[in-house]
Design a protein around this ligand. Structure first.
Ligand SMILES: Cc1cc2nc3c(=O)[nH]c(=O)nc-3n(C[C@H](O)[C@H](O)[C@H](O)COP(=O)(O)OP(=O)(O)OC[C@H]3O[C@@H](n4cnc5c(N)ncnc54)[C@H](O)[C@@H]3O)c2cc1C
Length: 309
């Protein structure tokens, strides 16, 4: 099916884009990579009268830089660029570990990571990653700019808290602090499909190789990305003495997935268990491989709301 008719706008500055979004309000939509919006329009699940294409705004929205806070990702950074960025891989390895599971390379070449956050699909990897890392999205409108914490950004399946006139200009994926390890994996029917269940894990160790924190967040399990804090089960335990069955059982107990045509709720619960058991071990082992000096590293500087340079 073809998309319904719409008026196409190609602003040359962010200011112009913001004026257009303010003018058309609920009738307008941002067009980024188009990898979700165009299929949704073709299926007649959305029919915006005005599309505001931001693809000409690379100078203002194409920035990607990594500092002590983490990776600042501009709205026009494609998944593939972020996935292959060496500085991001060093500072926030979870980002690349998850991005390689997003669709296929051709889609990652066009789709934007910030667009994926704005789309707020509970089956998408990057909302889970942003939430697990405690990141934020920077939104701008003619009314001003605000940084929205991940915990507040996602408000429902396919629904963010962005107002109609707001453009997400960037997102911050914070670098975990201290001696950390991360892991991400998912189960799909076919390579590149949306996950039946996915999981990301962040583990931190102290100099004595004992766990100081362990957190998990799941994909395709709940309407909103949530962090499951498992720290109380492992704090002070040597990295190689953690009972990963107990840890994974906690996750199985707390999740409440829905059944759909792809998987039953019980099967999804089982996948959450299996992935957690494997990935908590992997993350702890990666934390061990990280330099013990990292455990003494001071916390990153406070977050700024500015768009990446
Ligand atoms: C076959 C196929 C398989 C896929 N598989 C996966 C998968 O496994 N995992 C996954 O996560 N994704 C998957 N995707 C989606 C893909 O990752 C998209 O690229 C991504 O979800 C949206 O990014 P986009 O830049 O294409 O956004 P668009 O499609 O342009 O926009 C999506 C939505 O976000 C809004 N939006 C986009 N950018 C902004 C912004 N800067 N500010 C405000 N609103 C904005 C748009 O208005 C629209 O509502 C798949 C897509 C396809 C076609």
């Amino acid at each position: 099916m073809k998309t319904p008719k719409f008026t196409y706008h190609a602003p040359r500055t962010v200011a112009e884009a913001l004026d257009l979004l303010a003018e058309h309000d609920a009738d307008g939509k941002v067009l980024a990579g188009g990898q979700s919006l165009i299929p949704v329009m073709a299926m007649r699940l959305a029919s915006p009268a005005h599309l505001v294409d931001i693809n000409h705004l690379t100078d203002e929205l194409g920035g990607l830089h990594v500092d002590a806070e983490g990776a600042h990702v501009g709205a026009l950074v494609r998944h593939s660029r972020l996935e292959s960025d060496a500085a991001t891989a060093r500072a926030v390895p979870l980002v690349g570990q998850a991005l390689r599971h997003v669709a296929h390379p051709t889609i990652r070449n066009r789709g934007t990571t910030v667009g994926s956050l704005a789309h707020a699909d509970p089956s998408a990897e990057m909302p889970t990653v942003l939430t697990l890392l405690g990141g934020h999205v920077v939104a701008r409108s003619v009314r001003g700019e605000r940084a929205i914490e991940a915990a507040d950004f996602f408000v429902g399946p396919m629904e963010s808290c962005l107002a109609y006139d707001e453009l997400a200009v960037s997102a911050l994926f914070p670098a975990p602090v201290g001696r950390f390890g991360t892991a991400f994996d998912e189960i799909t029917r076919r390579h590149g499909d949306y996950a039946l269940c996915g999981a990301g894990v962040v583990a931190t160790l102290d100099e004595a190789e004992q766990l100081t924190s362990l957190k998990v967040s799941l994909v395709s399990i709940s309407d909103l990305p949530e962090v499951i804090d498992l720290t109380d089960l492992v704090q002070g335990t040597a990295y190689d003495e953690v009972d990963h069955d107990v840890v994974a059982q906690r996750v199985r107990d707390v999740v409440d997935p829905a059944a759909d045509i792809h998987a039953s709720a019980d099967f999804r619960r089982h996948l959450a268990f299996v992935l957690t058991r494997r990935l908590t071990r992997e993350a702890a082992e990666r934390a061990l491989a990280a330099s013990p000096d990292a455990a003494d590293a001071s916390a990153p500087s406070p977050r700024t709301a500015g768009a990446p340079s």
